[in-house]
Ligand binder design. Sequence first.
Ligand SMILES: *[C@@H]1O[C@H](CO)[C@@H](O)[C@H](O)[C@H]1NC(C)=O
Ligand SMILES: *[C@@H]1O[C@H](CO)[C@@H](O)[C@H](O)[C@H]1NC(C)=O
Ligand SMILES: *[C@@H]1O[C@H](CO)[C@@H](O)[C@H](O)[C@H]1NC(C)=O
Ligand SMILES: *[C@@H]1O[C@H](CO)[C@@H](O)[C@H](O)[C@H]1NC(C)=O
Length: 354
Amino acid sequence: CSSPGLAQEVQAENVTVAEGGVAEINCRLHQYDGSIVVIQNPSRQTLFFNGTRALKDERFQLVEFTQRQVRIQLSDVRLEDEGGYFCQLYTEDTHHQIATLTVLVPPDNPIVEVKEQAVEGGEVELTCIVPRSRPPASLRWSRDRRELKGVSSQEQLGKVFAVRNAVRFHVERKDHGAIVTCEATNTALRGQRKQTQYQLDVQYSPVARIHPSQSIHREGDTLVLTCAVNGNPRPTKIQWSRANDSLPERARVEGEVLTIPALSLLDNGTYACQAANKHGRASDQYVLVVYDPGAIVEAQTSVPYAIVGGILALLVFLVICVLIVMVWCSIRQKGSYLTHEASGLPSWVGSWPC
Ligand SMILES: *[C@@H]1O[C@H](CO)[C@@H](O)[C@H](O)[C@H]1NC(C)=O
Ligand SMILES: *[C@@H]1O[C@H](CO)[C@@H](O)[C@H](O)[C@H]1NC(C)=O
Ligand SMILES: *[C@@H]1O[C@H](CO)[C@@H](O)[C@H](O)[C@H]1NC(C)=O
Ligand SMILES: *[C@@H]1O[C@H](CO)[C@@H](O)[C@H](O)[C@H]1NC(C)=O
């Protein structure tokens, strides 16, 4: 090599670019005196001969050729473009340097696969997959910002890596609808993250609860009972029945609602609704008591009694407090000229709150 600083020289810089991006290959010139500059690709085909295109590939463009540098751009970079690009300077002693192009593959949003349908009391296994990345993406599972420890594995397919991370955990019905997130990162993303959210689908046996439209039913009223049912899968059919008897003929059933217009005393009885899915069945009962139109019903007033009782207790407590303060003040007033001198305490201590 000739001594630097005096002779002509070329310098190349390594380049790293994400697949599909634009790479800039830069050959810096020192003491350039008009010699021929040749740029070659990794297979040593000449791309540009002293600034003139030699290889017919429009993805390569010459963007600058000055005394100081030759700069070319390669757009839509592919993995096959990787390798050493030669910057050559033809002087008496041919001088060259190599710019190494490295192509990275950023991961796409991960794919989430679930092994089999989750059922309450069982386990769920989720696999997060990134089929292509370079360097291999790191995958991380989380739920409510807490990490879920999984098992990672990777496989190399040519220049790229397929990575996966599997987690297994116990699920209950409360977990149905919860969101878990898989996040992929690699250096090609420059601090960005690619994430996929997965909503847990946990199957569970149904629960049924009857809600009456009113708490007291009198003759002539309309009874409306709603059977609120959940369960996954959601039970499609709700069955209404009456213990030891058939439903009155006037009764109408529309899905989860049972309606009996113009109640009579004969409608007394225990009404039940029932629903099932493949994980179990559920039922609830409602005891209907039909009262005379004029009947005074005690059950309804039990709650107001409790409230009135509470208010009375509070009033009594306040009256007692006022009495104590009054008695205290009258004692203080009678003996004030004695205590003030004797105690040496500031006068407000003795007089407050009188
Ligand atoms: C450029 O990359 C090549 C191959 O990876 C390496 O040998 C060389 O040292 C790098 N040069 C610089 C200046 O980093
Ligand atoms: C090479 O190209 C440069 C810049 O266009 C020019 O100045 C120089 O004369 C050329 N050299 C030869 C030998 O043609
Ligand atoms: C239904 O009949 C059974 C016996 O046949 C009896 O034990 C039960 O108490 C009855 N239930 C109602 C709600 O009348
Ligand atoms: C229905 O229940 C009410 C309240 O217990 C009672 O007064 C009435 O006699 C009952 N009617 C029938 C038909 O059992």
